[in-house]
Design a protein around this ligand. Structure first.
Ligand SMILES: Cc1ncc(COP(=O)(O)O)c(C=O)c1O
Length: 445
């Protein structure tokens, strides 16, 4: 059985309500819309860097990072020190008063982006940031139509739900006015495959067609994730975004990169996901990994585009809060100073080499996708690519039993998603691959 690498940290004994009591309280007082992972849900009460602990002290390797949010590690000491210090001095004022944290953090964030992308608006969640991005795009261009991609996930607010294109995340309520969804450039399941070097340009033709025949012809914005996360780690093919951006800009629109999952070095090769595609967006949406676990998100754009928001007053009570900004700034400093992007690159190579070995060994691994520490394994039953949804769920459970927490996604729920905190080590990757091997062996036997 795979053995977790050693960890010097030992959590304090847990003395809170039992798991059974918490389940009871949740079912009595919390919305039934909340879902939990695992047939027997786990309760996590402590975290240290890449590890999580349940109430019994059992340790897990966190292969999902609180859904790609804990970029630098749970309770990272340097980040905690900055947050605790800020908490003890001043928690909240709003942006109507000056505070250094929001200004210092905005400056640092802008330094990671191409020149011109230097005007920051902080919010509390990715959904809010996407709502704001679309509002700003419409205010700036004075156009209304927006293009998003099928199979994309951009959040659960009514505006962001309109951008999202997965029936599992959409309610039958009016949403997404003016939003059109272009075909997802999925080389595994789509019309054009990995064997077609022109597939990026071919898929982008659907964006052109949508502009010409599915919209007013004048576009406010195009929004896409460089690698669709919730949708099952679908990478945009080479040249796809370059062509799509051109069609959109020719129609008067601006291009938005939703970097909520791909940002902050996770893809290894580059700090931002769009950089892997040789494009420069007009607006970047970030959340999750920006705050290492706190409610923090941002839209970064040019000063000219941001100016359009001054026509009315837009206010966000907690956006840019001193504590969130202390956490965001410390997280960014840790990511840069500890070269977590380099770690994502090096360990990503090790991880994907291991994935290739697993794919050679297990025929059910139909496709391996992703970059750096954003990996996806799509599981199928046969050569017709019938989604192996049940097998995926079984492997996901077994990994948990063996001490590894990972994610699951894709429209059919047949993609294993691996997105750990970027502070993990090569020993952790060895453990992760051994656990996956054991779980595949058990569940495919
Ligand atoms: C790519 C992407 N955009 C936006 C969001 C929405 O972020 P939030 O849940 O913080 O509203 C998510 C959440 O999973 C996401 O993955």
């Amino acid at each position: 059985m795979a053995k977790l690498p050693n960890c010097a940290y030992a959590p304090p004994a847990y003395d809170g309500p039992s798991k059974g009591e918490v389940i009871k309280l949740r079912s009595e007082f919390l919305t039934p819309a909340l879902v939990t992972f695992y047939r027997d849900p786990i309760m996590l009460v402590d975290g240290h860097m890449q590890y999580l602990f349940d109430e019994t002290g059992k340790r897990y390797l966190d292969g999902l990072a609180g859904i790609v949010s804990v970029s630098a590690g749970h309770c990272h000491p340097r980040i905690m020190q900055a947050v605790n210090m800020q908490n003890s001095r001043l928690q909240h004022t709003t942006t109507i008063y000056l505070h250094p944290n929001i200004a210092k953090f905005a400056e640092k964030l802008a330094s990671t982006l191409p020149e011109g992308l230097d005007c920051v608006y902080f919010t509390n969640s990715g959904s809010e940031a996407n709502d704001l991005a679309i509002l700003m795009a419409r205010a700036y261009t004075k156009n209304y139509d927006v293009i998003a991609l099928r199979n994309g996930y951009h959040g659960g607010s009514q505006g962001a739900m309109g951008l999202t294109a997965h029936s599992s995340w959409k309610y039958a309520v009016p949403h997404g006015f003016g939003v059109h969804h272009s075909v997802v450039p999925d080389r595994y399941r789509g019309y054009f495959g990995y064997d077609d070097p022109e597939c990026g340009a071919k898929y982008a033709l659907d964006v052109k067609d949508l502009i010409e025949r599915g919209s007013s012809g004048a576009i406010a914005a195009f929004i896409a994730e460089p690698i669709q996360g919730v949708g099952g780690v679908i990478e945009m093919p080479p040249n796809y975004l370059q062509h799509a951006y051109k069609y959109v800009r020719d129609a008067g629109g601006i291009c938005i990169s939703d970097e909520v999952q791909t940002g902050f070095g996770r893809t290894g090769e580059h700090f931002w996901g769009f950089e892997n595609n040789n494009v420069v967006p007009d607006m970047v949406v970030m959340a999750k990994g920006i705050g290492n676990g706190c409610p923090l998100a941002a839209v970064v754009t040019t000063k000219e585009i941001a100016q359009s928001m001054t026509e009315a007053i837009h206010f966000n009570t907690f956006g840019g809060n001193p504590v969130s900004c202390a956490q965001g700034l410390a997280t960014l400093e840790v990511i840069l100073e500890d070269d977590l992007q380099g770690n994502a690159k090096r360990l990503g190579e090790q991880l994907f080499a291991g994935f290739a070995d697993l794919q050679n060994k297990y025929a059910c691994i139909g496709d391996v996708r992703g970059k750096g520490l954003m990996g996806g394994l799509e599981l199928v039953e046969d050569e017709d690519k019938t989604p192996a949804t049940q097998l995926t769920a079984d492997i996901f459970e077994t990994c948990k039993d063996l001490g590894l927490l990972i994610g699951k996604g894709g429209y059919y729920g047949n993609v294993l998603r691996i997105k750990p905190p970027m502070c993990l080590t090569k020993e952790d990757i060895v453990f992760m691959l051994e656990v996956l091997d054991e779980a595949f062996a058990k569940e495919t036997a």
